[in-house]
Design a binder for this molecule. Structure first.
Ligand code: FEO
Length: 401
C-alpha cells in the first residue's frame, strides 16, 4: 500500500471513499477521504479515525508505516461518525495506552458507542493549552467548538509546524494524490468552497474567533492536514485556504448575482432570464441555476460565492414550488448573512409563493429588494420590470462587499 509522508515524522494513514455521493444530504460527486495521521516518534500517535467500514484500510496503512509497533496514543479530534464510526473497531485492535479528546467528545463517544464500551478506554480529556510529548514532537490541543460540532478540537504538532484541524479547511474530494499542489487548484478550491458553504457557513463567528485564537497562540503553520480531502503544504496554498476562511467567515463574496429558481410552465424562467439581462447590462457577473437541475449543495456554494441571490418560484396549490421549499429549508439552516436578496415568481389565479418567499428571506435578515409577482405569464411591461430589478440588484451589489 502506498505510503504518504507529510513531513518529518507525520504520515497520512487515512482512507479514500471514492463512492460516497450523499454526505448527510450534501451531494459529493467527487467522493471524499477520511484522513488520519500517524506520528512516529518515541511514542506513536494516531490523530483521528474514520467512518465505519474504513477501519481495515486505516489499519493497513498504519501497519504499512510502522509495522507491528504499538500505537500508544489515539487523538479523537471530533466524534461525528465519519471520524469516529470506526473508533471502537480500531481501539479493539490497536489497544492504545491513552485516548485524548475534549470533554464533550468523551460524553458523545459514550452516547454513540455505549458508556460500558467507552468506560473501558483510558480517556484523558484535554482543553486548549494542554500538551502531550511524543519525544521529539509535542501535540498541542486547541478546542474548536462548532468547527464542526461542539466537541471539535484541533491538534497542532508544534515542532513540525503542522495543524491537524479535522473538519476545518477540508474538501470532499477523493483523489490518489494527497497534497493540494498535486491536484488542479481550481478544482480543489471549488470543493473547499462548496465544503465551507455546506458544512461551516452557519459558524462564521466561531471561525473568526478560531482564526484570532491561532494568531494569539502564535502558532506557526507550515502544513495543514484536514480530515477530508487534500493537504495544504506550500506556503502559498496554506495562505490561500486560511485567507479564504477569513473572507468566507466574514461573508465577503465576489461581485456576483445568483438567480436560483424553478419553473412550471416557463413563466418564472422567463422572469429569471429578464433579471439576468438586467444584471449583465450593469457588467456584473450573473449565474442562473434551476433547482430541479442542480443539487442543493451547489446552490449553497452559489449563495456563499455571490453578493446577491434572488429566489424565483411559481405558485403551486397556494405554496412555493417543492424544490424551492426544500432549498429554503436548507439555506435557512446555513444562515447566510450580508447578502442582497429578493423573491420573484409567477402564479395563476391566486398567488402565495412570492409572498411566502419574501417573508422567509426577510426573516433571515438579508438586504431585500421589492418582490415581483406576475399572473400566468409575464407581459412585456412585466419583463421590463424584471430587467430593471436585475439592474437594481447589480447596482446594489456594486456598492456592497
Ligand atoms: Fe467530517 Fe463533522 O465531520
Amino acid at each position: 500500500m502506498e505510503r504518504y509522508l507529510l513531513r518529518d515524522d507525520i504520515w497520512w494513514a487515512g482512507a479514500i471513499d471514492w463512492d460516497v455521493r450523499d454526505f448527510h444530504g450534501y451531494e459529493t460527486p467527487r467522493g471524499t477521504t477520511y484522513n488520519a495521521y500517524l506520528i512516529l516518534d518515541e511514542k506513536v500517535a494516531l490523530v483521528d479515525g474514520c467512518r465505519e467500514g474504513f477501519g481495515p484500510e486505516v489499519l493497513a496503512r498504519i501497519r504499512g508505516c510502522c509495522g507491528m509497533r504499538p500505537v500508544d496514543y489515539l487523538v479523537v479530534n471530533h466524534v461525528e461518525p465519519d471520524h469516529s464510526g470506526a473508533i471502537p473497531w480500531l481501539v479493539e485492535r490497536l489497544r492504545p495506552e491513552r485516548i485524548f479528546c475534549s470533554k464533550r467528545a468523551r460524553d458523545v463517544l459514550g452516547l454513540y458507542y455505549g458508556a460500558e464500551t467507552v468506560d473501558g478506554w483510558n480517556i484523558q480529556t484535554v482543553a486548549t493549552g494542554d500538551e502531550v510529548s511524543l519525544g521529539r514532537n509535542t501535540l498541542q490541543f486547541i478546542e474548536a467548538p462548532m468547527l464542526h460540532w461542539p466537541d471539535s478540537m484541533f491538534t497542532y504538532v508544534r515542532e513540525a509546524k503542522t495543524l491537524l484541524p479535522n473538519d476545518g479547511f477540508g474538501q470532499h474530494l477523493a483523489t490518489s494524490k494527497r497534497f493540494a499542489d498535486e491536484v488542479d487548484m481550481s478544482l480543489v478550491m471549488e470543493e473547499a468552497s462548496k465544503y465551507y458553504a455546506n458544512i461551516l457557513m452557519p459558524f462564521g463567528g466561531q471561525i473568526q474567533k478560531m482564526l484570532a485564537k491561532i494568531g494569539e497562540l502564535g502558532l506557526e503553520i507550515e502544513t495543514i492536514g484536514p480530515s477530508h480531502g487534500v493537504i495544504w503544504r506550500r506556503p502559498e496554498d496554506v495562505s490561500r485556504i486560511v485567507e479564504s476562511y477569513a473572507a468566507w467567515s466574514d461573508f465577503q463574496a465576489p461581485e456576483r448575482v445568483s438567480l436560483i429558481y424553478d419553473t412550471m410552465w416557463h413563466a418564472t424562467e422567463q422572469m429569471t432570464m429578464a433579471i439576468a439581462d438586467g444584471v449583465a447590462q450593469q457588467g456584473v457577473d450573473c449565474v442562473v441555476a434551476r433547482l430541479s437541475s442542480n443539487p442543493r449543495s451547489e446552490m449553497a456554494r452559489l449563495v456563499l460565492e455571490s453578493r446577491a441571490f434572488l429566489v424565483g418560484s411559481p405558485t403551486l396549490n397556494n405554496n412555493m414550488f417543492p424544490t424551492v421549499g426544500e432549498f429554503l429549508t436548507y439555506i435557512k439552516g446555513l444562515r447566510p448573512r450580508r447578502r442582497v436578496s429578493g423573491a420573484y415568481g409567477s402564479c395563476g389565479w391566486a398567488g402565495g409563493a412570492v409572498k411566502q418567499l419574501d417573508a422567509e428571506l426577510t426573516a433571515l435578515g438579508l438586504d431585500m429588494v421589492e418582490p415581483i409577482e406576475v399572473k400566468y405569464r409575464p407581459s412585456e411591461a412585466e419583463l421590463e420590470a424584471c430587467v430593471e430589478l436585475g439592474r437594481q440588484v447589480a447596482r446594489k451589489v456594486r456598492t456592497t462587499g
